[in-house]
Design a protein around this ligand. Structure first.
Ligand SMILES: Nc1ncnc2c1ncn2[C@@H]1O[C@H](COP(=O)(O)OP(=O)(O)OP(=O)(O)O)[C@@H](O)[C@H]1O
Length: 356
């Protein structure tokens, strides 16, 4: 278990080149999250200082990774710029593409263009199957005839590339990122910009906050063919990083995933409280991995306590895990199976709540 105090000690041993103070002491490290085996924070610097701080970001990441027991590290460096002065840089784009964006990139707005609804899938606790639910719920919404996109915003461990069998950097056209497509779903992941399998590493300056950029600069839909719903797979947890993200993302509703045991439910409660804080309706709680190991029914009782809809449960089954590993979500691989049937029910409830 990593503790916050030792993370702060490690970060304060690295000096902010401008103030000469440690990264935490100087206030440079923002939204520091420390949980079990992971840590992350963001540094926001003026674009003119981006080159100065890139090695600082690298040093902080290396120092955190070297801590015993640390498995996931996310250090985000964002540079806020006046768009006219600096090219918008997106990790993985060629310099020609970047130059092209100078003239053509739309100014990011809060809401992604041509997207009717934005739905978050969240969990207070990691590893409860949030990404599995996000991808299969997206597939089930698509099976209802809706046009659907999935944005993997899980900066700690992007799993969408594996779950949908995606690889390769996204294309870029007329100033917009062209999302990948899989099984009829539009898909974007931090993992596609930074290299699959790695924790998120943003190198170099970015014109705007990294995820806002993916949200608003990806061509999810067009005027003629708007996207009905964008499913956003949020990073697990209820800390500052999550709060900042949901404050920056125009969400129409959230689905919370939990396993049945109390420790996960306590975190689901915190996730609900976080959404309440920013006036995003919790559209329902899904209990995942129901069965002999974790028990059952905990989430249903919790949903009743929180006065939010209980959408149902998902058993712990090999088909669900295999679907994720093989890159074909179980809802698509076994459309007539029990799991697909359950997701059809979740999708019906969610689409209804979103007015779709
Ligand atoms: N109902 C289930 N039955 C069997 N395996 C499952 C089930 N739900 C999820 N899994 C498996 O559990 C693992 C974790 O799931 P997933 O990546 O969706 O969790 P997560 O909450 O998004 O995790 P993280 O906190 O890392 O983002 C994956 O290998 C997935 O295939």
């Amino acid at each position: 278990m990593i503790d916050r105090a030792s993370v702060i000690t490690v970060l304060d041993a690295i000096l902010d080149p401008k103030s000469g103070q440690g990264l935490v002491a100087s206030g440079l490290a923002k939204g520091l999250t420390v949980a079990d085996d992971r840590a992350g924070f963001a540094m926001e610097v003026p674009v003119a200082d981006a080159a100065l701080y890139a090695p600082v970001r690298d040093a902080a990441e290396a120092a955190l990774r070297a801590m015993p027991g640390m498995t996931r590290v996310s250090v985000i460096l964002t540079a806020e710029a006046a768009p006219a002065q600096e090219p918008r840089r997106t990790a993985g784009l060629s310099s020609a593409a970047i130059d092209q964006t100078r003239a053509k990139a739309p100014v990011p707005t809060d809401r992604p263009a041509h997207v009717r609804r934005v739905l978050a899938v969240a969990s207070g606790k990691g590893g409860v199957g949030k990404s599995t639910v996000a991808v299969n719920l997206a597939a089930a919404l698509s099976a209802r005839g809706l046009s659907v996109g999935v944005l993997d915003a899980d900066v700690y461990g992007p799993s969408l590339p594996t779950m949908l069998g995606l690889s390769g950097k996204p294309g870029y056209e007329d100033g917009a990122i062209v999302p990948h497509e899989a099984f009829g779903l539009k898909a974007m992941s931090v993992g596609l910009l930074t290299g699959a399998g790695d924790a998120m590493v943003w190198r170099g300056p970015m014109a705007s906050q990294a995820l806002t950029q993916m949200l608003t600069q990806t061509r999810w839909g067009t005027q003629a063919q708007p996207l009905d719903v964008l499913v956003v797979d949020l990073p697990p947890g209820t800390g500052d990083v999550q709060l900042t993200l949901i404050q920056k993302t125009p969400l129409d509703g959230a689905v919370i995933v939990s396993t049945p045991q109390e420790v996960a439910l306590a975190d689901a409660r915190r996730a609900h409280a976080l959404f309440q804080k920013v006036n995003v309706p919790s559209l329902g709680l899904i209990e995942n991995m129901t069965g002999d190991i974790f028990g059952r029914g905990g989430a249903e009782a919790e949903a009743a306590r929180l006065e939010i809809p209980y959408l149902g449960d998902l058993p712990l089954t090999a088909a669900v895990r295999q679907g994720g590993d093989a890159g074909t979500p179980v809802v698509i691989a076994e459309p007539d199976g029990d799991v697909a049937h359950r997701f059809a029910g979740f999708a019906e409830a969610v689409a209804g709540a979103l007015g779709l």
